[in-house]
Design a protein around this ligand. Structure first.
Ligand code: ATP
Ligand code: MP5
Length: 269
């Protein structure tokens, strides 16, 4: 079985972060492992608290994973401070990690800030150059490209700028901000649109985490990047289309939509 590691924050409400990543990787047929950067006290209405681990403890978790079960792909999500980012970069280089998907998480759907301002520079300097693909949404791409993005043409320009600056592929997500569910993959000097059908579902907590973990799972299985993105889009569309409706705010998706009603996942006895 192929293996994948998520390095991200825990979401106590289970819709985003580590919990979304582990569910996504499992549903996509890879063995899922985690190294936790921070605990969040969080639900669908907001983030009530953040408790970071130390860089030393994060390194210890990554050592434990790599020295025993080597991940075929690594997904990186919420990393809120410079010291943690440096710790990750050091370890990924030491273990020559491959298939690295970096989701530059900055702000949660609920509006909470998940990274300190000084850490954004460290993210760019230390982690982006190691990435196979970066998966910013529009607000994150605006920060990273220092450009305003209001049209599809500007999405192409911004993705090109980010890709050329950090020498990695960029999947710029249209998501809830622009262009329906159409995402743009810029890689090797060219680009391709992945046009998704917009699903009328207000419950989008964790969509970014889920998409990046699905891409990492597909890379772990040996798919090329274009196919990995295509399959990940199909997975997130299925999870959104299952129309789970939990919590008072923007709720989580059903990551197990393919199993529901079957075998152990029967919803009623
Ligand atoms: N309503 C929707 N219908 C179909 N696909 C969607 C919808 N909303 C988002 N997506 C898709 O979900 C993926 C994640 O995109 P999005 O822009 O929402 O990421 P994000 O803003 O980082 O997510 P979040 O911060 O909520 O975790 C993209 O592939 C996007 O196209
Ligand atoms: C621990 C953690 N990581 C990432 C997100 C972003 O996900 P979203 O923007 O969908 O809330 C989050 N809310 N919590």
């Amino acid at each position: 079985m192929k293996t994948a590691l998520t390095i991200a924050g825990s979401d106590s409400s289970g819709g985003a972060g580590i919990q979304a990543d582990l569910k996504t990787m499992t549903a996509n047929g890879v063995y899922a492992m985690s190294a936790i950067t921070a605990l969040t006290a969080q639900n669908t209405t907001g983030v009530q608290g953040i408790f970071e681990v130390s860089p030393e403890f994060l390194k210890q978790q990554i050592d434990s994973v790599f020295t025993d079960i080597r991940p075929d792909a690594v997904k990186i999500g919420m990393v809120s401070s410079a010291g943690l980012i440096q710790a990750i970069a050091e370890k990924l280089k030491e273990y020559k990690a491959e298939n690295i998907v970096v989701d530059p998480v900055m702000v949660a759907t609920s509006g909470a800030k998940l990274i300190s301002d000084d850490a954004i520079g460290t993210l760019k300097e230390c982690l982006f150059p190691l990435a196979t693909v970066l998966t910013p949404n529009i607000p994150e791409a605006k920060v990273l490209s220092d450009m305003d993005i209001t049209t599809a043409e500007e999405m192409v320009e911004a993705a090109k700028k980010i890709s050329e600056t950090y020498h990695c592929a960029v999947l710029l997500k249209g998501g809830h901000q622009l262009n329906d569910a159409n995402d743009l993959l810029y890689r090797d000097g060219g680009y391709r649109w992945f046009n998704g059908k917009r699903i009328d579902n207000p419950n989008t907590h964790g969509t970014g985490c889920t998409l990046s973990s699905a891409i990492a799972s597909n890379l772990a299985k040996g798919y090329d990047l274009d196919t990995a993105v295509e399959q990940a889009k199909a997975y997130i569309s299925g999870a959104l289309a299952a129309m789970l409706d939990l919590g008072a705010g923007s709720g989580p998706m059903n990551h197990a939509f393919e199993f529901c009603g079957k075998g152990f996942a029967k919803e009623e006895a």
